[in-house]
Design a protein around this ligand. Structure first.
Ligand code: ADP
Length: 666
């Protein structure tokens, strides 16, 4: 079973408990730092892709412009190859129109099969003749019967590089010369690349040796970070279009995302450290609290004082083991309970209820003695102290009771009381002894004198011969003197017997069987009873235990009580004069009780008050010592002598004697 007073042990601390959260936080920080790098990477990719797309678009535009020019030249070439070529004026007009449509055109020349110019518009043919590459292009065009471009030339020239286009002409299948168109590549770029593109990118056209033949960079030179190069797909020529974005690589630090990530990461680390410290402090506080709790629990468990806490409604909220031991109920049964409590003894119910009412009213009785009842019915005398229960906010939440088991104290008190009674008894006996000695001493002399005088008087009467005749005065005197003598002797005997009795300070204790004592005096009592027409009945329970007692004393007590009983029945109808002697065994108390029961006149209250006082008697000739001596004798044996009314009229005198240890009469 779980001990309700124990506190749970904490799970032991281990480094592995920190490992998982620390790893998670590190991982989180890594992801946080990786994210902006990844974003930068994505941004760079996006820019690169955009540049490629834009470059492609520019290339298409340039290609389209040149293709349009090629088409116009092809139409012109077809007209020039016809049998009736256009008139020189008309040719010039058409050439002018073509220049107007394409600003990049630098020249158009109609050359015959020998390369001599038949017509020309634009700049003059160079005197040194066409470049080698242009001548190669011309040759290739003638052999392939298709228009061909030369390589770009004039790199580094201020007005921009040039490229030649040769379109071979055939008349009736015979080579009839060619059309030469020279394009200014710089103008081509300037005219066909939109301004916004030139703003963001530096564009250049490169020749076969990667020399710049034309360049456009409205936004300044490129950064060389985002670049793209693609060939202008011109038959026979190797010209490349290169773009270089003016944009640099996306910077990491000024980036808002990076900034916030760093701030967040720092915040996380700081708050984690703070949390760590807080947890460490909490754990330390918890440990201290646990130790305090363990100390408190150990203290409460070892306390002999019972502790009980109740809320304002009187419900039990806490009990310690000592309280459970006192009342004999487990804590689990008591906690949460409201009165009536299972340990309330029925005889004190009214007291409990009164005190509980006071508790509910907020004015409990602060200290009181009461008795609790254990489940087996035994009573526990307790001393209870009530105090207010106040929580950490100073709020009154209930009542705390300390309960002291005062069984031992009560026992000690009882012992002290018995000792006191014994002392009183001894004192009484001592007094009795003194009185009797004094009486014996004081009365013996006068009684002896009376005896002597009466004996002397009788002798005188005898000598004088008086009293021989009955009925005369001397005879009467003689009888009176005899009676006086007898009574004086009797008085002396009584005094001596009393003296003898009280002188015997140390009763002779022996193991006595009560039935035998009763048997011992039975004949004597019977004799007295018969004289007074009283019927004697003896009723002894079987198996009475033995007692430790002075047999003679017991006989005297019994004789005294029976004599009183017989005397009390003098006035009633002889048929009802029954004297009963009963002996019984009280197993629980370990006592033998003997009762002397009569049907006499009973004892009125005013007599009862003084019954056991020495020399108290209601009888004319009574000495009033009988009951006093009886009680002293019984108390000497550790017993009690009490009297009660007989329900059928009369009185019951009962004395008890402690049974001898482990000695039961067979
Ligand atoms: P005594 O018998 O000499 O009077 P006791 O001490 O024996 O002295 O008795 C004291 C008184 O108690 C008696 O005088 C009598 O009044 C009363 N008493 C004793 N025994 C009985 C009894 N059995 N019934 C009624 N009264 C009694």
């Amino acid at each position: 079973m779980k001990n309700p007073f124990s506190i749970p042990r904490p799970v032991p601390d281990g480094p592995w408990r920190w490992l998982v959260p620390v790893l998670l936080v590190l991982l989180f920080l890594l992801v946080l730092l990786w994210l902006p790098w990844q974003a930068r990477q994505m941004e760079a990719n996006e820019r690169q892709e955009q540049l490629i797309a834009d470059t492609l678009w520019v290339e298409q535009t340039l290609r389209f412009e040149l293709a349009r020019s090629e088409e116009a030249l092809a139409t012109l070439g077809a007209d020039l190859s016809a049998d009736a070529p256009p008139a020189p004026n008309a040719l010039q007009a058409r050439l002018a129109q073509m220049f107007k449509n394409g600003h990049e055109l630098r020249r158009i020349a109609w050359l015959d099969a020998d390369g001599k110019a038949l017509a020309l518009r634009g700049s003059e043919l160079p005197e040194s003749g066409l470049t080698q590459s242009s001548r190669d292009a011309q040759t290739m065009a003638r052999s392939s019967r298709n228009g061909r471009y030369s390589d770009a030339y004039g790199a580094g020239h201020a007005s921009g590089g040039l490229v030649d286009y040769h379109l071979p002409l055939y008349r009736h299948g015979q080579y009839a010369g060619s059309l030469l168109a020279t394009y200014n590549l710089q103008t081509l770029l300037d005219e066909n690349v939109p301004w916004w593109f030139a703003q963001d990118n530096a564009l250049s056209l490169l020749d076969r040796d990667d020399r710049v033949v034309a360049r456009r960079a409205a936004g300044g030179p490129g950064h060389g970070v985002y670049t793209h190069k693609r060939a202008l797909d011109l038959p026979g020529a190797q010209i490349a279009l290169a773009t270089d974005s003016v944009k640099g690589a996306p910077k990491l630090l000024p980036n808002l995302l990076v900034g916030s990530v760093i701030v967040l990461a720092l915040g996380l680390v700081i708050s984690l450290a703070a949390l760590w410290r807080h947890i460490a402090r909490t754990i330390a506080a918890e440990n201290a609290l646990r130790q305090q709790m363990a100390f408190r629990t150990a203290m409460e468990n070892s306390l002999l004082t019972g502790l009980r806490a109740r809320d304002l409604e009187g419900r039990v909220t806490y009990v310690n083991p000592a309280f459970c031991r006192i009342v004999g109920h487990p804590a689990a049964e008591l906690i949460g309970m409201k009165p009536p409590m299972p340990y309330w003894a029925p005889e004190a119910m009214a007291d409990y209820e009164y005190r509980f009412r006071k508790v509910l009213e907020g004015q409990p009785v602060q200290q009181f003695e009461t008795v609790f009842q254990r489940p087996d019915g035994t009573r526990v005398p307790v001393l209870v102290f009530e105090a207010r229960l106040v929580d950490s906010n100073g709020r009154h939440t209930g009542w705390m009771s300390s309960i002291l088991d005062i069984t031992d104290r009560k026992r000690a008190e009882e012992l002290a009381r018995q000792q006191q009674e014994k002392l009183e008894t001894s004192a009484r006996l001592a007094t009795m002894g003194e009185i009797s000695s004094m009486l014996a001493h004081e009365l013996n002399q006068p009684l002896a004198a009376i005896s002597s005088y009466t004996a002397g008087a009788l002798n005188v009467l005898e000598r004088d011969g008086a009293g021989s005749g009955a009925g005369d005065g001397a005879g009467m005197l003689k009888r009176a003197l005899e009676q006086a003598n007898t009574q004086a002797r009797r008085a002396g005997q009584i005094i001596r017997s009393v003296h003898e009795f009280v002188k015997k300070r140390e009763p002779r204790r022996e193991t006595v069987m009560v039935p035998q004592v009763i048997e011992g005096i039975r004949s004597l009592v019977d004799l007295q009873a018969r004289q007074s027409y009283v019927t004697l009945q003896v009723n002894v329970a079987p198996g009475l235990p033995q007692v430790e007692a002075d047999r003679v004393l017991l006989e005297q007590v019994l004789l005294n009580l029976t004599r009183n009983a017989i005397e009390a029945m003098q006035a009633i109808d002889p048929e009802r004069r029954v004297l009963r002697i009963e002996a019984a065994h009280d197993v629980e108390l370990g006592q033998v009780s003997v009762s002397v029961i009569d049907n006499g006149h009973g004892i009125p209250p005013e007599v009862a008050e003084r019954l056991f006082s020495p020399f108290f008697s209601t009888k004319a000739e009574g000495m009033g010592m009988g009951l006093s001596i009886c009680r002293t004798a019984i108390e000497f044996h550790g017993g009690t002598l009490t009297h009660a009314d007989n329900p059928g009229g009369g009185t019951v005198f009962t004395f008890t004697l402690q049974q001898a240890q482990d000695k039961i009469a067979s």
